[in-house]
Write a protein that binds this ligand. Structure first.
Ligand SMILES: [Zn+2]
Length: 238
């Protein structure tokens, strides 16, 4: 007598159900181990509009329109960047609504001290992050497309301080997008002046929920970035 003959008491349709249940369980286990999290990138403009309808904070606001006094130097719209090529067709900067509200307060506070912000980059379409990763010599300074960048979520800004009277950038430890150890936010062998400038920038940003990235003094992530989707909507559509 076969050992599994006791299964014969289970009706055939039940056996089929059990088979598919076990199959789906094993497949989901396999899926979890092979790809821990499926990356969602919002690339449809209509989906973006729907997301704003659900939560107005999802809107990507043009920074210069909300804060006319802010200076822009959108490097990726020029060849003056680590890619040495034009990556953006338009020299514009965007960020999610609460991020821009923070920037507005930061600009106001800095202006009282005779300083202002200069923006290098804000929201970055996901396709550009993929291009960066392909070309970057040092992968420590570019986001891995498998995870995406907080720039893709409209929740990161790259910027520096300027002197309001001269319009010139304050001296910092490195130029923007320098792939060097000196770009670290806490890099020590710097002059007192650099330290003062960097501290002012980092502390003022932090006060309004924008936190410096450890290895890039110019990059700030907005607290709560996890609530915002990665996006691949080009500037021309915004
Ligand atoms: Zn950045």
């Amino acid at each position: 007598m076969p050992r599994n003959d006791h299964l014969s008491i289970i009706p055939i349709n039940m056996k089929i159900k059990i088979f598919f249940l076990l199959l789906s369980l094993s497949l989901s286990t396999f899926a979890q181990t092979s790809s821990p999290s499926k990356l969602v990138v919002l690339s449809s403009y209509n989906q973006y509009l729907a997301a704003i309808k659900t939560n107005p904070n999802n809107e990507l606001i043009e920074i210069k329109k909300a804060i006319p006094s802010i200076k822009l130097d959108i490097r990726y719209a020029t060849e003056n960047n680590f890619m040495k090529q034009v990556m953006y067709k338009q020299a514009r900067a965007f960020a999610r609504k609460p991020v821009v509200e923070s920037l507005k307060k930061i600009q106001k506070e800095l202006n009282k001290k005779g300083y202002g912000l200069k923006i290098f980059d804000g929201y970055r379409p996901y396709a550009i992050t993929v291009e960066f990763y392909k070309k970057a010599s040092d992968k420590n300074f570019v986001a891995n497309p498998a995870k995406g960048s907080k720039h893709n979520r409209g929740c990161a800004v790259d910027l520096t301080l300027i002197n309001l009277k001269t319009g010139k950038e304050l001296v910092m430890a490195t130029p923007y997008d320098s792939f060097s150890a000196a770009a670290a936010a806490n890099y020590e062998p710097v002059s007192a002046e650099v330290k003062k400038n960097r501290n002012l920038l980092i502390a003022t940003m932090k006060k309004y929920q924008l936190n410096v990235l450890d290895n890039e003094w110019w990059h700030y992530d907005f607290s709560g970035w996890q609530q915002y989707d990665l996006m691949d909507i080009p500037f021309e559509k915004l």
